[in-house]
Design a protein around this ligand. Structure first.
Ligand SMILES: [Zn+2]
Length: 455
């Protein structure tokens, strides 16, 4: 009897969850950007069942028994993607204070703070991110892997994450976590377990080590950067032989390669080596962009990062100010040239340089530099899905795709800043947000009032 009732209970539970999974949701809105078309679809309906889209189009009939969510004068869109975030980090406040906090706070505390970054990001409409580097000086923890896994298990609310673990780079280069600190302050020189590798063999070892520990994508710094103390912003930091090893080993393991690169020479060499995307690319010349176009290499411009730094330039040491100014002066022309030449553009912001959750401000920066609103929306949906290698599952609103659906007020093709006012977020068929966000622009550096919006 006891066993029978237990079986009955199991049947009942399965019955209920099957029923819940069968219940359709019909999302209605005045417009829809489907990720494919050049114009918005009017009188849009997206039918969701379980975690998938079963139909999307104009004036579709509503299935019997479906829950109807009418979003009114809004635009439905595939969930946005950001191909360049650092959800476990925050560099958005006073640089020196953050540098101190980096060694002050234990890694567990930084990991807990990262869960708020994840929530702020998904509530802003970004249902997928490619997280390009997570390292904590003096620690070997893989916080990005832990965050990704916790989100996948439903323990933490956040976007789908493709993570890079430690960025790979040269001794003393942009990714060397001990650069600028006193020699041997952390007891040892960083090695491949920190992503620091010199020579093709060590680079291969670092790639293998990262994949072993959960990397979905490989990130490397091939030129100097803005927020690093011991390098010049545009100097090459990997040799062509090291880049060839990086790309070969990553691609053998079926991982894409994203490279941090401001300098033109390093970009040229990286594109030749076959990297999948150039991140930042500030100083790239038209010949280099032409080569990208020819090889199908993506450009992730991260305009928001430079914008944020330039607006808060006093927060940074003198040496970094000069680097930021040089990169900012070059990047607008580079971006316009990339548009003109038809380089594939992926949407990526470098969130962490600015407070998490403000990713959508990148759209206006792109449009202000001459990109059409539809192309900007496409960069954050279908283009990013292609770059991330997940175009079969997400990136467009069509039958069979995962139900990552967001809504913004009005029509983003007439006012692109509508992307900054997301009012509905669904990820894999689950409603994450309807109405006001619970967190906004979360940033450790702007605490103590952690829930307050920052700008
Ligand atoms: Zn970055």
């Amino acid at each position: 009897m006891k066993t029978t009732s237990r079986i009955f209970l199991i049947v009942l539970c399965f019955g209920v969850s099957a029923l819940a999974a069968d219940q359709s949701i019909a999302l209605k809105a005045a417009h829809m950007f489907d990720g494919k078309s050049n114009t918005l679809v009017q009188n849009a309906v997206v039918i969701v069942q379980g975690d998938k889209i079963v139909d999307a189009g104009s004036n579709l009939p509503i299935p019997n028994g479906a829950q109807v969510i009418d979003l009114g004068n809004a635009t439905l869109s595939p969930g946005f993607m950001d191909a360049h975030t650092h959800l476990t980090l925050d560099f958005s406040g006073d640089y020196n204070l953050l540098r101190l906090k980096e060694v002050d706070l234990n890694v567990s505390e930084q990991a807990i703070i990262a869960t708020a970054h994840a929530r702020a990001t998904v509530e802003a409409g970004f249902t997928t991110v490619r997280d390009l580097g997570s390292h904590f000086v003096g620690s070997r923890e893989f916080v990005d892997v832990a965050l990704r896994n916790s989100i996948n298990k439903g323990v933490v609310v956040g976007p789908r994450m493709l993570v890079a673990t430690k960025g790979i780079g040269a001794t003393g280069g942009h990714f060397d976590p001990t650069s600028g600190f006193r020699d041997f302050l952390f007891g040892r020189e960083p090695d491949y377990t920190d992503g620091i590798a010199d020579g093709p063999d060590e680079i291969r070892k670092a790639v293998r080590f990262e994949v072993k520990n959960g990397a979905d994508v490989i990130k490397a710094a091939v030129s100097g950067g803005v927020l690093s103390l011991a390098d010049e912003v545009d100097t090459p930091q990997l040799t062509p032989a090291e880049m060839a090893a990086l790309v070969d080993e990553s691609h053998r393991l079926r991982k894409k390669v994203a490279v941090h690169c401001h300098g033109d020479q390093a970009a040229h060499e990286a594109i030749e080596a076959g990297v999948d995307s150039i991140e930042h690319g500030s100083f790239m010349k038209p010949e280099t962009l032409t080569m990208m176009k020819r090889k199908g290499t993506f450009l992730t411009p991260t305009l928001m990062a430079t914008e944020w730094i330039m607006n808060k330039i006093d927060n940074y040491p003198q040496a970094l100010q000069a680097k930021a100014k040089a990169a900012a002066a070059a990047r607008s022309e580079m971006f316009r040239n990339a548009l003109k030449l038809g380089v594939k553009i992926s949407f990526g912001t470098d969130a962490a340089v600015f407070p998490h959750g403000q990713n959508a401000k990148e759209f206006k920066l792109m449009v202000d530099l001459g990109m059409t609103p539809v192309d900007a929306l496409r960069s954050a949906t279908a283009n990013d899905a292609e770059l991330l290698g997940i175009g079969q599952k997400v990136g467009t609103l069509e039958k069979g795709k995962l139900a990552d659906v967001i809504a913004m007020p009005g029509d983003p093709t007439s006012d692109i800043t509508a992307t900054e006012r997301i009012l509905f977020v669904m990820k894999e068929g689950k409603i994450i947000r309807r109405g006001a966000p619970t967190v906004q622009g979360i940033s450790e550096s702007t605490t103590p009032d952690i829930a307050a919006p920052v700008d």
